[in-house]
Ligand binder design. Sequence first.
Ligand code: NDP
Length: 261
Amino acid sequence: MTDRRTAVITGASSGIGEACARAFASEGLHVVLGARREAQLAQVADEIVAAGGAATAVPCDVTDAAQVDRLVTAALEATGRLDVMVCNAGLGYNGRLDETDADRMRRLMEVNFFGTFHAARAAVAHFRQAGRGHLFIVSSIVGRKGVPRMAAYAATKFAQVGLGESVRAELAGTGVHVTLVYPISTETEFRRAMVREWGLDVSGAGPRQSPEHVAATMVRALRRPRADVYPMRLSRLVPAASALLPGLADWVATRFSRTPK
Ligand code: NDP
């Protein structure tokens, strides 16, 4: 077993997952990267290694539990340990409810929710045995407040939160930490992936942040575990505003919703 802690990160071929991989590697962790696009994944791993870090690329589709189990097994084989799991792989969607058929809803659930479920389940089994570990789940601010044209996406992001909060309570006092991450709009391949996956070209609205900023807040939570990470500080007010003033929160959400180009 190596002295370096090991982190498995899903969706590490671009965006927040890639930035998180680089940041966690800079913290001295061996990062094991999972995603479907092999060339991009290998390039991220190669660049981390060239910069003096430790990284292993493992092609993986998170919708397939067996592939996620293989990702965890590959991490254990490469390093002998598993300390951190980052459930980050995800896919966006934009469309009114009446434009969203059940096949699209199922696909989103498979990637965003079941991808998280498979990875969290595989990791928590190891964490419980080891009596330590840290599970990160990358949800979204849309997992705290629904916005127009995002009913399907928001449903998957709320589902991640329900899972994460419940697991956190189950694991209280065991030495295993659970952190939920709620990014606002982030400059990643997220919108390009919606074009690739669904042929949907949408423009964003409202404030943006960089994936490196999100990753830096996750590094702080890695050093000092906390339940919730809101990379944009003010967005911490969203759940309270939504509970206390739902009409006003809906009006604000409408102003920040994405629309087709
Ligand atoms: P990107 O599109 O840049 O990254 C998404 C990552 O998920 C890619 O590495 C992609 O890799 C991977 N992925 C997608 N489907 C699968 C799959 N079936 N199996 C394995 N990996 C998969 O977007 P972001 O970095 O922005 O997204 C990361 C997370 O952040 C998502 O959960 C998203 O919902 C969340 N988020 C994003 C926001 C934003 O505005 N960008 C805001 C709030 C939350 P590959 O295609 O190679 O498989």
